[in-house]
Ligand binder design. Structure first.
Ligand code: ADP
Ligand code: MG
Length: 231
């Protein structure tokens, strides 16, 4: 896959996206005409009350689901027009995703260093320094040989972020990555997200936490499936 020039193409763009879910006999609108652009090397926070459409938007950005209408591009590739296979390729090469639940993001039997090395290989790029660089950046230098069961929830989430950004995807999507953590561990995960800007990936994080909103470079406030504020 040829990669467009990093400096010019946003990590992702969303144009007039609509998405509904069937709830009983009627369709429940989750996103109603959403437009957004996500820059590389920046953290964008998506905030809004429960049920406002945050997870739906993140799943569409991560190519885990398709919109009913509208267009989504990742690194300049229109993923709404791509085949299933094309979308899988986009996920493999261009998107990292971090779930709220730390244990959902990692393999039990690999050490931290091995998980990051595997993530780089899966992307199909060569970056032998990635494990030491990324784990160092996220404060996990002392944890290279540790398996997930030997890490705290916060450390697991930081390792998950290292794996998600390994191999230089255009986009890193994290759905409430601090929601299961106490304040202190959540703060370290937030600092990890900010530190990862130097990798050049566009980082999109949903959260209820005002601390995340304050720290982010851009904020999209969502309510009832619409973007209410964007700065
Ligand atoms: N798979 C689904 N099936 C049915 N309804 C869904 C599904 N996913 C989300 N919804 C509905 O879409 C709306 C937005 O949900 P969601 O994106 O999960 O919001 P948030 O992440 O902000 O809490 C809610 O009304 C929710 O009930
Ligand atoms: Mg959600």
């Amino acid at each position: 896959m040829t990669r467009p020039d990093m400096s010019e193409v946003p990590a992702a763009t969303v144009v007039d996206v609509h998405k509904s879910f069937l709830g009983g006999a009627t369709a429940v609108p989750a996103l109603v005409g959403v437009d957004a652009s996500f820059a590389r090397g920046a953290v964008t926070a998506i905030v809004g009350p429960s049920g406002s459409g945050k997870s739906t938007l993140l799943r569409l950005l991560a190519c885990l689901d398709k919109p009913d209408s509208g267009a989504i591009s990742v690194d300049g590739t229109d993923v709404t027009r791509a085949s299933a296979r094309g979308r899988r390729e986009v996920r493999r090469t261009l998107v990292g995703y971090v779930f709220q639940q730390p244990s959902h993001n990692l393999l039990d039997y690999l050490t931290a260093e091995e998980q990051v090395a595997l993530a780089v290989r899966i992307r199909g790029v060569s970056d032998p320094d990635a494990p030491s660089r990324l784990l160092g950046l996220l404060g996990l230098s002392e944890r290279l040989d540790h398996k997930p069961s030997q890490l705290s929830g916060g450390e697991q989430q930081r390792l998950a972020l290292a794996c998600a950004v390994a191999g230089g995807p255009a986009l890193l999507v994290a759905d409430e990555p601090t929601a299961q953590l106490d304040h202190e561990a959540g703060q370290l995960v937030l600092e990890a997200l900010l530190a990862l800007r130097s990798e050049g990936t566009g980082i999109v994080v949903s959260s209820h936490d005002p601390v995340v909103m304050d720290a982010a470079d851009h904020v999209l406030r969502v309510a009832d499936g619409r973007i209410e504020e964007n700065w």
